[in-house]
Design a protein around this ligand. Sequence first.
Ligand SMILES: [Zn+2]
Length: 196
Amino acid sequence: METLTRLVRLFSKLPGLGPKSANRIVYHLLKCDKTYIEALSKGLEDLIVNIKECSVCGNYTDCDPCSLCSDPSRQKDIICVVEEPKDIQAIEGTGEYTGVYHVLMGVISPINGIGPSDLRIPQLLNRIGKSKIQEIILATNPTVEGDTTALYLLDKLKSFHVRVSRLALGLPMGGDLEYADRLTLARAFSGRQEIN
Ligand SMILES: [Zn+2]
């Protein structure tokens, strides 16, 4: 396949980009400064070589444990459970939260054949069993699947003596944490409700 066609196809697989916009990007790159293209290409290479999952929380990181898990100023006895690493970014953007995180890497979704064992749930239970945890905040998205996952976790967490809370309503149903504005997300955090 021709270099240009191949690159357009690769770009068109990215979220939000169709063949037309992929085409526009590739032609734009052809006009760009060579050092920019080299930096971009190096950045993509580093993505495979350097980025790994934090062995504690599952966040994407250059060093293991990640900067949040190894930060002495973070409260290690509060764990906020999120679906994806990008949710951590959204929550950190509020500046409201000082605990640590646990990334599930998805949600329970029978339609897509994703069950609890496909997620980082065993790692979460193991983590709670090993250290003294005060509170677990279930911050899965306000979707049917996010709620199902939260209910499943609530049930699993019954055997641990730990406070469990869910982000306060007010986040739009069916919406994603990452699209909520800072203030809404901050309010959802400070108004979180205990559910066990
Ligand atoms: Zn971590």
